[in-house]
Structures are given as structure tokens and as C-alpha cells.
Design a protein around this ligand. Structure first.
Ligand code: NAD
Length: 479
């Protein structure tokens, strides 16, 4: 077996361990892959270090780096069908959603392929005719890129494209649950002509293959997307060698509906906000806040429609949402719901596994709505990362803002109102990295993505997403 990619060579794990990848929708075997650990991670870092210190990539002109990214975009587009299928088999998500994700991967490589060539060094006015001064941008160095299982290739592209555009070398450590498209991407990067050692892939569990990347002195930067608890650990591990860290963590995202919102549209989006990909979305609208006058009717309609959501596997075209990623994750979601009920939340629908025998082999959980939720409850504080919607009632703008901001997270959220000025006012008061007005979920490669508060540090996408991977150097010359 040769699933690790180190120094331009496909290789097996040093300890010869393997892992079975099974589809969460029915438990069927998707692949058996190498399972690496600390020794593999160290080899991959050494290869990335050598490619950075001695290889051509960091010194390749930006135009040529941009061209390579555009070639990668073309190759991903060529292989879209196979990549989407692989993504769906690993994650259990609907094929149509995986196709949209792959389009996002193409768009991300295209965006950075173009952006990098427009980014110029800066001449600074020294105020003296005897000195010239300019600021140039250089790559940070060797980057550890650590990604989660919910959007495997998309989250990877958000890191790999700007890291390469800026001239870095990297070691990618995808989630141990969903490695297939990371393996495929390495093949495409090589096909596009990326020099050996620039892109390296290590597979394996976080504690064994990921953690050794985060305190290795030869790693200059860690870019991580995943849970808050892991993010804290990584920040601590990286502090020993003062690595640059970029952290995209969880969210507890408020979806705020005012009484003057378009009722039907807001109901539609309240459902997709939270039940898309069974709630396994960092920006899922898992907290529904509804203004008093429409609260009861709105929640009634959300519950009625949530009961009708059809569950199914990735290739069931009638399915509206799919399974959770693993038995362990479903058990966590079940414990989360049980804690909410014990604290006094009222179960309006769901709360259990479906009783459909056709779904018995997958990790399904019914779309669930809990109302009468209030501050202090664990279901409002913790991310469930499952198909669970909590409902809160509010009266007026100030209370909406206070409740929406009452969380340690600050990733994303939405405001629904027919009054544009009010919507803008509330949006500006929300401590969130992304606010949608009368919409939910859209995201563009040109616009920054990331969290306020404990949802993370730094930004992905947009010009800031490139800046994360660059050092600014001031060069002053006396004439
Ligand atoms: P996770 O934190 O368990 O794992 C993420 C990655 O980190 C995996 O590759 C894992 O193997 C690795 N890892 C685990 N422990 C590690 C350690 N000690 N050192 C180094 N690496 C380690 O998260 P997950 O369960 O895979 O993903 C779900 C989480 O990701 C949710 O909290 C979700 O909100 C978050 N997420 C955030 C964004 C965002 O853009 N902010 C996007 C997607 C997912």
C-alpha cells in the first residue's frame, strides 16, 4: 500500500498499519488506506523543509505559481465526477452536495491562481531622497495543514491553494475518516507539475500523525480547521516554537428571524441552515431565534416540515439529508439531545434514530427541534454538529443581539427582516465573521471566511487568506 506522499514518492506507513474507510450511509467498505504516525509525519516535514530551503518553488515567480494553480483547477474540473463520488462515499453526503463542493474547490484554485499575480510588492515613501524602501512578501515556510471530515476537499483547497500561491511547502494531514480526496489531490498536484517535496501527505489519527506536526521545530505555520478543543491544543503545542497559527474552529450560529421577515422564505432557509449535511457544517444555523409575534407559528411550520425531511444515502436522489459521519459522532449528538431534555428543553420532533430498516446500517439521526431553550443550557453553549435545532424567543432588536452574541463562538449567522436598515444595523452588532441578510450559507472564494472570538484566529479565502501564508519583509536601502 502506498497512500502517503512524501518528497514526491508514494509510500506506505513506516509501521505498516492500515485503516478501513467505510461509508457512513451503510457501512460498506470504501477503501483500505495506510495509517501513518509520528515517524511518517517527521519524514514528511523533513521533505517539505528540504523543498523549501533548497527547491525551486519558493523562488518561482508568482506568474508561474499562478499558472500551476490554474492547471490544478482544470484537473479538478476534469475529474469532478470521480472526486464528488469519492467525497460522498467517505462522508455519506449527498452526491449533489459533493458536486457543489468540488465546484468550490475549482473556484478556490482559480481565485488564488489569479490573485497571486496581481499582488505586487509595495514601495514606501521614506521622506528622504537618500533612501528607498519597499515591502516584499515572502512565503512563511513549511506549513502543516490539518483538515476535518465534513468538507474534506473544500477545506483542503482553502489551505493548499493560498499556501502554494504564496510559495510555501506543506504537509497535509486530512481527517483519518475521509482521506480519499486528499490522496487524489496529491496526484493532481504532481500531474500539474508541482516540484517534488512541495506537497506532502500524511494519513493517520490526529493524536498520532497530526500532533507531531504542531510542535516540530521545522514547521513554521499550522493552519487547522476542526473543533475548538483540538484548536486549543494545537495553539498550545505551536507556542513552544512560536509558529504562526491559523485556526478555523466551531460555531454556534444564530439565525435571527424578525416578525417582518418573509415568513415562507425564512422557514425554508431555517431548515437548510441547520439540516444541510445533517448539521455537520461549521456555520450551521443551529440556533433559531424568533421574534415574539411570529414565534409560535414559525416554529410550528419549521417542525411540520422538519418531520417530512427525507433521509438517505449519497446516491438516493430523493434524499434531502444524509447520515452522521460515525457511530461515535451519533452517540455524541444523542448525548447532547439528552442533556438538553434533562435541562428542560422541549422536544418538538426527532430526537431519535429513524426506524426505517433501509437506514439501519447507516449512522442516521432524525432532524430534531428543541424549543423553550434559554441561556445557561448546554444545548445553547455547545456545538452538536448534528441535525439539532434549538429555538429561542426574543422581543426587539436589543434582545436579539444580546442572545445571538451570548456564546463563546463567533463564526457565522443570519438576520431575517423586511426592514433593510434594521437588518444592516443588527448585522453590524453581531460578533460574527460572516453575516447573511435574508439568506443562509453562501460563501465565495473572494470573501474572507473565519471566526470572531473562540471560532478561531486568522481568515481563509479572500486576500486575507493569502496574507496568512506570507511574511512581509521591509527592505530599506541607503542610496
Ligand atoms: P477535530 O478537531 O476532531 O479534527 C480535525 C483534524 O484535526 C483531523 O484531521 C484530526 O485528525 C486532527 N487532530 C485531532 N487532534 C489533533 C491534535 N492533537 N493535533 C493535531 N491534529 C489533530 O474536528 P472534526 O471532528 O474532524 O471536525 C469537526 C469540527 O470542525 C467542528 O467543530 C466544526 O465546527 C469544525 N469546522 C470548522 C470550520 C470552519 O471553517 N471554521 C469548517 C469545518 C469544520
Amino acid at each position: 500500500m502506498t497512500d502517503l506522499f512524501i518528497g514526491g514518492q508514494w509510500t506506505g506507513a513506516i509501521d505498516e498499519r492500515t485503516r478501513e474507510i467505510r461509508c457512513p450511509a451503510d457501512g460498506s467498505l470504501v477503501a483500505v488506506v495506510d495509517e501513518g504516525g509520528g515517524k511518517d509525519a517527521a519524514e514528511a516535514v523533513a521533505a517539505a523543509r528540504q523543498a523549501f530551503d533548497q527547491g525551486p518553488w519558493p523562488r518561482t515567480p508568482v506568474g508561474a505559481r499562478g499558472d500551476l494553480l490554474l492547471r490544478v483547477a482544470g484537473l479538478v474540473e476534469r475529474d469532478k465526477a470521480a472526486l464528488a463520488r469519492a467525497e460522498s462515499l467517505d462522508t455519506g453526503k449527498r452526491l449533489a452536495e459533493s458536486e457543489v463542493d468540488i465546484d468550490g474547490v475549482v473556484a478556490c484554485f482559480r481565485y488564488y491562481g489569479q490573485l497571486v499575480r496581481t499582488e505586487a510588492d509595495r514601495v514606501v515613501d521614506t521622506g528622504s531622497e537618500h533612501a528607498v524602501s519597499r515591502v516584499v512578501y515572502e512565503p512563511v515556510g513549511v506549513c502543516a495543514l490539518i483538515t476535518p471530515w465534513n468538507y474534506p476537499l473544500l477545506q483542503t483547497a482553502w489551505k493548499v491553494a493560498p499556501a502554494l500561491a504564496a510559495g510555501n511547502t506543506f504537509v497535509l494531514k486530512p481527517s483519518e475518516l475521509t482521506p480519499s480526496t486528499a490522496i487524489a489531490l496529491m496526484r493532481l498536484l504532481a500531474e500539474a507539475g508541482l516540484p517534488d517535496g512541495v506537497a506532502n501527505l500524511v494519513l493517520g489519527p490526529g493524536a498520532e500523525a497530526g500532533a507531531p506536526l504542531t510542535d516540530n521545530p521545522d514547521v513554521d505555520m499550522v493552519s487547522f480547521t476542526g473543533g475548538l478543543r483540538t484548536g486549543r491544543r494545537i495553539m498550545a503545542a505551536a507556542s513552544g516554537t512560536v509558529k504562526r497559527t491559523s485556526l478555523e474552529l466551531g460555531g454556534k450560529n444564530p439565525n435571527v428571524v424578525f416578525a417582518d421577515a418573509d415568513f415562507d422564505t425564512a422557514v425554508d432557509y431555517a431548515l437548510t441552515a441547520v439540516f444541510l449535511h445533517s448539521g455537520q457544517v461549521c456555520s450551521a444555523g443551529a440556533r433559531l431565534l424568533v421574534e415574539d409575534p411570529v414565534h409560535d407559528a414559525f416554529v410550528e411550520e419549521v417542525v411540520r416540515r422538519a418531520r417530512g425531511i427525507r433521509l438517505g444515502g449519497p446516491f438516493d436522489e430523493r434524499a434531502q439529508t444524509g447520515p452522521l459521519i460515525s457511530a461515535a459522532h451519533r452517540a455524541k449528538v444523542e448525548a447532547y439531545v439528552a442533556a438538553g431534555l434533562a435541562e428542560g428543553a422541549r422536544l418538538r420532533c426527532g430526537g431519535t434514530r429513524p426506524d426505517d430498516p433501509a437506514l439501519a446500517d447507516g449512522y442516521y439521526f432524525l432532524p430534531t427541534v428543541l424549543d423553550r431553550c434559554h441561556s445557561g443550557m448546554s444545548v445553547l453553549a455547545d456545538e452538536s454538529f448534528g441535525p439539532v435545532l434549538t429555538v429561542e424567543r426574543f422581543s426587539g432588536e436589543d434582545e436579539a443581539v444580546r442572545l445571538a452574541n451570548d456564546t463563546v463562538y463567533g463564526l457565522a449567522g443570519a438576520v431575517w427582516s423586511g426592514d433593510e436598515e434594521r437588518a444592516q444595523r443588527v448585522a453590524s452588532r453581531l460578533r460574527l465573521g460572516t453575516v447573511w441578510i435574508n439568506d443562509y450559507h453562501p460563501c465565495l472564494p473572494q470573501a474572507e471566511w473565519g471566526g470572531f472570538k473562540q471560532s478561531g484566529t486568522g481568515r481563509e479565502l479572500g486576500p486575507s487568506g493569502l496574507a496568512e501564508y506570507r511574511e512581509a519583509k521591509h527592505i530599506w536601502r541607503n542610496t
